[in-house]
Design a binder for this molecule. Structure first.
Ligand SMILES: C[S@@+](CC[C@H](N)C(=O)[O-])C[C@H]1O[C@@H](n2cnc3c(N)ncnc32)[C@H](O)[C@@H]1O
Length: 456
């Protein structure tokens, strides 16, 4: 296997030579410089960039072609000459002087390959194809660069900090220590860094490294699945699902999202209270206490009429770590998919998202709402449709005010019934929309024809 043994060289303060001062040679010289090497470039006509570097004494320029003897006392040499015969001569000297040589794009004269890298502080990803396909390495580098952002530099520093402190008080043997690290890194630490929760990263890792209990506690991700179309889950939500050991999911979640997973159904149908909230909270806590990675998957956004906040509170009380992963709520996204914007500066500059479930502890004041908001989106309101429309009219809204019902928004069986406030209940009756449906009232409904025309 060519270049089968990967190493990273310490070139700091050591003499390194680049033979060939064209654009590629300049790039190589800059790479060596950024790793702290003492760099000499040999070329009769170096680039202006190299001249600039030489002017500040960053590199030493030797303005002539390669001569035997140039590798004397050198640690690492790079031949960027474009000339096979010269590379061959350099290689002969490198062999004799025991100098490590890389001849650019000329692997027969290389002692080492230079991988494509992604550097984020002390975090470094190195990609190599053994010199066989630099283009593949480059294209993968581009892809991975997006995945490994600057937050990895921060994560490495945070881990180093905890490691140093924990090493000072370490009492367990190496295997236990390694196991605890493994468990600590199972947590979604990178998301914590992205969210600016640096202390949480340190606390989480510290807990694992220093206690039996910490090592066995799992984590819960409270994830929004989006309004219905399974493709509308977020990237972050998808990643959490992929990582999960077990998923506890709701009725409105598309079944394809939990396919192939250990999944526990915790759904409720309207009027059916077979899975009380306390029981769901208890299930989440119990699973996490078994050390499992749990995703609590909920329709829409978990904090919009989703009881996600109650679950988060219960987890916090039980000292279980959790992460909330938001998602598009049906109250906005299902409207957009039906060609109805929640706001539009010509028709509406305010929107209210309310529950039509009238028996709750905080009933909506429909009459006050009618006079104060221009777009009203009602979730869970179908069974009280008559009452809601009457109350809104009693509050001053005209019977002519455009209104619609969206059933199964963003799903293949999406249906939209468009009418006006006075006629909505009657228009809905023959169509018989079922759950999930939402009601929207406001002049923005009139935009639907035009906006659907745009999206085809
Ligand atoms: C308990 S609430 C949960 C809302 C969810 N957290 C969200 O952000 O979309 C359930 C209600 O949301 C509405 N809903 C959810 N998904 C919907 C969809 N795809 N189409 C229409 N309405 C939907 C319905 O009114 C349903 O009764």
């Amino acid at each position: 296997m060519p270049f089968g043994y990967p190493v990273m060289l310490e070139v700091g303060g050591r003499p390194c030579v680049v033979i060939g001062g064209g654009t590629i040679g300049e790039g190589k010289a800059r790479g060596l410089l950024s790793a702290g090497a003492r760099v000499t470039v040999i070329d009769p006509k170096p680039t202006s960039g190299l001249e600039d570097l030489a002017a500040t004494d960053a590199v030493t320029l030797v303005r002539r072609s390669y001569q035997r003897g140039d590798l004397k006392g050198v640690f690492v040499a790079i031949a960027a000459t474009d000339d096979g015969a010269t590379n061959a001569e350099i290689f002969i000297e490198a062999e004799a002087e025991r100098v490590l040589l890389n001849a650019v794009d000329d692997s027969q004269y290389c002692h080492f390959a230079v991988p494509s890298i992604i550097r984020r502080g002390d975090f470094l990803v190195s990609l190599s194809t053994g010199g066989k396909s630099p283009a593949l390495a480059k294209s993968l580098r581009k892809k991975l660069s997006r995945e490994f952002g600057e937050e990895y530099a921060i994560l490495v520093d945070l881990l180093a900090e905890v490691r140093e402190a924990a090493l000072a008080v370490r009492e367990v043997d190496f295997d236990t220590w390694a196991g605890r690290w493994e468990a600590a890194l199972e947590h979604d630490l990178i998301t914590m860094v992205r969210d600016g929760r640096h202390q949480d990263v340190k606390d989480t890792v510290w807990r694992h490294l220093n206690s039996e209990r910490g090592a066995s506690v799992g984590h819960v991700w409270i994830v929004g699945a989006g309004p219905g179309d399974p493709q509308l889950i977020t990237v972050k939500g998808r990643e959490a699902l992929d990582r999960a050991d077990v998923v506890v999911y709701d009725r409105l979640v598309d079944p394809s999202l939990v396919e192939g997973k250990e999944a526990i159904y915790a759904g409720k149908t309207p009027g059916d209270h077979s899975a009380p909230q306390e029981e769901i909270n208890f299930t989440l806590i119990r699973l996490a206490q078994q050390g499992r990675k749990v995703v609590r998957l909920k329709g829409g956004d978990p904090f919009v009429f989703g009881r996600g906040s109650e679950e988060a509170e219960a987890l916090a009380a039980a000292e279980i770590g959790f992460t909330v992963v938001p998602a598009p709520t049906s109250a906005i996204a299902a409207l957009a998919a039906a060609g109805i914007p929640v706001t539009d500066r010509r028709f509406s500059s305010s929107v209210a998202i309310v529950t039509g479930h009238c028996g709750g502890p905080r009933p909506v004041d429909w009459r006050a709402l009618a006079g104060s908001v221009e777009t009203i989106v009602v979730l869970m309101g179908l069974s009280n449709l008559d009452f809601i429309t009457e109350e809104l009219m009693a509050g001053g809204l005209s019977a002519e005010m455009p209104a619609a019902i969206i059933e199964n928004g963003t799903r293949p069986d999406q249906r939209v019934i468009v009418s006006n406030l006075g006629g909505l209940a009657e228009a809905a009756a023959p169509a018989g929309p079922g759950s999930p449906s939402l009601i929207v009232v406001g002049r923005v409904v009139t935009l639907r024809d035009k906006l659907l025309g745009q999206s085809g």
